[in-house]
Design a binder for this molecule. Structure first.
Ligand SMILES: O=c1ccn([C@@H]2O[C@H](COP(=O)(O)OP(=O)(O)O[C@H]3O[C@H](CO)[C@@H](O)[C@H](O)[C@H]3O)[C@@H](O)[C@H]2O)c(=O)[nH]1
Length: 475
């Protein structure tokens, strides 16, 4: 018999977890957040992405740098993809499917890496629908990590209907689907669907996002969801019924501000200087994330609306690939001098949201932005554009959180007055008091790091109990 001390106890086993996020900042960053929590527990992480994406990530704190290894796989060139485009923000929305085709070509080098390094688990994203089959063949356990919350996943449906791609008309997406057994108003608005569909180029890969999601879910051993049952109790229950497999919350995985110290250091100096001059809670931060963009006329209404609100604002405008001419309406910056600041390009968002002058956040409602804004108690003003952003807006609005900029139901148009009223309601008007209170209350939930640590402990217990038979020892 082996002496007890020499026997490997499952509960002591150090895991080696590979991470393979989709090529988008809004995906790479939360995959890195969960990697750090695993590394803090002494586990080993191989974080796999392309060179430019790895370069863009915040630097690792020194105590974690030996536990997280970045594995850089060059992205093969693909027609329609400008050179060095490696992330969704480098590519116009209309060419996103080409980026997915290039991403699919990573299957071979990734398989080689997995064969060589034999991780216990691989945690992957929705786009690599081919990965579970590879992992199964290599005897590696696999978890799908969803950066969409539980209600959005439930709305999308069970894997069988995702794979079937059953919903075809825009109207199908504006109705509560039959698999939701309780009352819900979490549906898309007509314009949120039509714009999305119109903007998507012909599917060069032959695999729709719905099918990618379907296989990623159905062939996983477990699903991890970036949310928590305290916030979405009925949706987590339903998700387990729909998926018929283990579903684990990860909590919200709020960013750790100190980890962002180096993020945009030079830009931050100017931004901070401006924010320092503003009153506490007075500024609305405006950003529509890394993928969404507005037509020129809506951008002009947004600008005019901010101006009319008379509320101080900091507007981070995305550098849109392949868009010509200035995005900012003529004369706007001169007119708002003293009221607002516009920055075109990448900004250190977490640092901005953390600054005490910021009170509100006009957001497209991407899930990272929601987590970051509410994690600091900032009042959200919703202007959803793409993907599941409309569903996130309904979820939060249904809980009394935030204010949605009213838009024409059919074509999605809005005017400057609706922007100005929404901003004033969130930031100043007495009628917005409850919204400001509710946003502050959410800080305890969305900004709760301990809760994510607790959920990651549960993931680790599960992964250890099911992990592969590779032997690796602590220490
Ligand atoms: O100048 C910038 C712009 C963005 N960010 C960060 O980049 C992330 C952006 O994520 P998110 O707010 O979720 O926006 P998108 O990247 O546009 O979101 C995509 O990914 C999300 C997660 O899957 C989905 O919820 C969205 O619908 C989808 O468009 C956040 O962490 C931001 O802090 C910066 O730090 N600086």
């Amino acid at each position: 018999m082996q002496p007890l001390a020499k026997m490997e106890k499952k509960e002591d086993k150090t895991l080696h977890v590979a991470m393979f996020p989709w090529l988008a900042m809004g995906h790479l960053l939360p995959f890195l957040n969960i990697s750090k929590l695993l590394a803090q527990k002494g586990h080993k992480v191989s974080f796999i992405s392309t060179p430019r994406n790895i370069d863009r990530l915040p630097k690792l704190p020194p105590n974690l740098s030996s536990s997280i290894t970045f594995v850089s796989l060059p992205l093969p060139p693909f027609p329609n993809l400008p050179p060095s485009s490696e992330s969704s923000m480098d590519v116009p929305y209309i060419n996103q499917q080409s980026l997915k085709s290039a991403f699919d070509l990573l299957q071979q080098p990734l398989t080689e890496f997995l064969r060589r390094s034999s991780p216990d688990w691989i945690t992957y994203d929705y786009a690599s629908h081919w990965l579970p089959a590879v992992a199964t063949e290599l005897g590696i356990k696999k978890a799908f990590f969803s950066l969409f919350n539980a209600s959005a996943l439930c709305f999308m449906g069970p894997p069988s209907s995702l794979i079937e791609d059953a919903r075809t008309t825009p109207e199908d997406f504006t109705m509560v689907p039959p698999w939701i057994p309780f009352e819900s108003d979490i549906v898309f608005r007509y314009h949120e669907v039509t714009r999305y569909v119109q903007k998507t180029e012909e599917d060069v890969t032959g695999v729709s996002d719905s099918v990618r999601f379907g296989y990623s879910i159905s062939e996983s051993d477990a699903v991890f969801v970036r949310s928590c049952p305290k916030f979405e109790p009925e949706w987590f229950g339903l998700l387990r019924d729909l998926y018929q497999k283990p579903v684990f919350p990860t909590g919200f995985l709020p960013p750790i501000p100190e980890d962002h110290d180096d993020d945009g250091a030079a830009t931050w100096v100017c931004i901070k200087e401006w924010l320092d001059k503003q009153r506490v809670n007075s500024v609305v931060y405006v950003s529509l994330g890394t993928e969404a963009s507005l037509p020129r006329e809506e951008l002009a209404e947004l600008a005019l609306g901010l101006e009319k609100s008379k509320v101080p604002f900091f507007w981070a405008l995305r550098n849109e690939p392949a868009r010509s001419g200035s995005l900012i309406p003529d004369g706007f910056e001169e007119r708002v001098e003293g009221q607002g600041m516009v920055h075109v390009g990448w900004v250190p968002q977490v640092k901005i949201l953390r600054h005490e002058s910021v009170g509100g956040f006009l957001t497209h409602c991407g899930w990272n932005s929601v987590v970051e804004g509410l994690g600091f108690g900032r009042v959200p003003i919703f202007l959803p554009v793409l993907n599941e952003q409309g569903l996130n807006t309904r979820l939060l609005h249904g809980k009394g959180i935030g204010i949605e900029v009213p838009r024409n139901e059919r074509d999605g148009s809005f005017d400057s007055d609706s922007v100005a009223c929404s901003v004033r309601l969130a930031m100043i008007d007495d009628a917005g008091n409850s919204k400001r209170t509710n946003a502050k209350l959410m800080k305890g939930l969305f900004g709760n790091k301990d809760e994510s640590i607790h959920y990651v402990d549960e993931l680790v217990d599960y992964m250890r109990s099911k992990g592969s038979s590779h032997v690796s020892h602590v220490g």
